[in-house]
Design a protein around this ligand. Structure first.
Ligand SMILES: [Zn+2]
Length: 94
């Protein structure tokens, strides 16, 4: 699934008071999904969950609002680690 368009939404202030800004569509002035995304990202900033689950870096502002990892590399490394832990728990030899 393709991610949201970059540069349409950005995190202006990543510490309290948090501020997430988005750009309305040029010409029409409609917001599409951007307001909902801004609210979701703001909620995660407030709850302190706007960081990568593996490397704990802050997530970039061009990813989906429900993303868990900063990059495909982190997502795959985390999956590999989970698989390795599961296999050693079950006693499976590679
Ligand atoms: Zn990461």
């Amino acid at each position: 699934m393709p991610g949201p368009k970059p540069h349409e939404l950005w995190i202006e202030n990543d510490e309290p008071p948090f501020l997430v800004v988005y750009q309305a569509y040029f010409g029409t002035g409609n917001n599409g999904n951007r307001k909902a995304r801004a609210i979701a990202i703001l909620g995660r900033l407030k709850r302190g969950t706007w960081h990568c689950r593996r490397c704990a870096d802050q997530l970039p502002d061009y990813v989906r609002a429900d993303t868990l990892y900063c990059s495909e590399g982190c997502r795959k490394r985390a999956a590999r680690e989970r698989r390795k832990a599961r296999q050693s728990r079950l006693g499976v030899m590679p």
